[in-house]
Design a protein around this ligand. Structure first.
Ligand SMILES: O=C(CO)C[C@@H](Cc1ccccc1)C(=O)O
Ligand SMILES: [Zn+2]
Length: 312
């Protein structure tokens, strides 16, 4: 279709449908959006980032990814809605366009773990709607897959990850052993001008910042806490959804090898991780009729953070 007006944002879609949505969005906003292939997955699927740019060379940039964990479907669905919202706000010359996009580029990765996402959509045996990890072969033939959010070179193999391939938080044999992780890390390092790194997960309703690997405060903890608190106010103002704010370690759990800690340790100050709806009533199986309201409230938190980053 010519544009995304007929796209059903209030439904979960498979990988092919998300990828064709991306192409439609790029085609109908070619002055702003381009699709960048940053590499391929273990099973040789392309990994795409949507680049939102008003031009210029290597402008300071903001990274947002979703779906590093396959089963967290509301994160991919929210990223789809957010991609369309950025395009619409720009087209209608709203604040975001004039402020953020005049000074910065936005890179949005809707599906950070394509192989896992496809596997979680299988409707025949061995269907695995609750699959979390990648789909790479491990040392245990019965237990494929690495937790990509434990494979980054940030206190890799420290407490908060497992060396058991059958564990949900299996970190992999070595830091950046997973091609999906090297694709993301290499892209960010070669770009070299990211000011913010944000990652969408589900569920628990949390807005978090580094560190995950330790309970010690990050050097920028006061700033990060303030920004997260204000962003949370923006989020809450739409549908009254209550999030908790804090460091990953103190809010959800100790986690080593996480993307957010890696980005922060590589000089990106404004690093945040979102745990979207809900708090356990439906969990990973959040009904599709909550996608749009989840995406909208998340958008207002992200927009606040992007505005803040572009002003500081
Ligand atoms: O997937 C999770 C369920 O969404 C929780 C996340 C919590 C987390 C998020 C960001 C960085 C480190 C840990 C995880 O274990 O990686
Ligand atoms: Zn997750």
């Amino acid at each position: 279709e010519r544009n995304t007006k007929s796209f059903n944002f209030a439904a979960y879609h498979d990988l092919d449908t998300i990828y064709s949505f991306m192409d439609t969005l790029v085609a109908s906003h070619s002055n702003l959006i381009s699709k960048v292939k940053i590499g391929s997955t273990y099973e040789n699927r392309p990994m795409y980032v949507l680049k939102f740019s008003t031009g210029g060379e290597n402008k300071p940039a903001i990274w947002i990814d979703a779906g590093i964990h396959a089963r967290e479907w509301v994160s991919h669905a929210s990223a789809v809605w957010i991609a369309d919202r950025i395009a619409t706000d720009f087209k209608e010359n709203r604040a975001l366009a004039r402020n953020v996009l005049s000074k910065m580029d936005i890179y949005l990765m809707i599906v950070a773990n394509p192989d896992g996402y496809v596997f979680s959509h299988l409707t025949v045996r061995p269907f695995h709607r609750l699959w979390r990890k990648s789909r790479s072969v491990t040392s245990n033939p019965n237990c494929p897959g690495v937790d990509l959010n434990r494979n980054f070179d940030a206190e890799f193999s420290g407490p908060g990850a497992s060396d058991d391939p059958c564990a949900e938080d299996y970190r992999g044999p070595s830091a950046h052993s997973e091609i999906e992780v090297t694709n993301i890390a290499d892209f960010i390092l070669s770009h070299g001008n990211f000011k913010s790194f944000m990652t969408l997960h589900a569920y628990s309703q949390l807005l978090m910042y580094p560190y995950g690997y330790t309970g010690s405060n990050a050097p920028d903890q006061p700033d990060l806490h303030d920004v997260a608190t204000q962003a949370n106010k923006a989020l809450n103002s739409w549908h009254g959804t209550i999030y908790k704010v804090g460091s990953i370690f103190h809010t959800i759990e100790q986690a080593s090898g996480a993307s957010v800690d890696w980005a922060y340790q590589h000089g990106i100050k404004y690093c945040f991780a979102f745990e979207l709806r809900d708090t356990g009533e439906y969990g990973f199986l959040l009904p599709a009729d909550q996608i749009v309201s989840t995406a909208r409230e998340t958008w207002f938190a992200l927009r606040y953070i992007m505005q803040y980053v572009s002003d500081h």
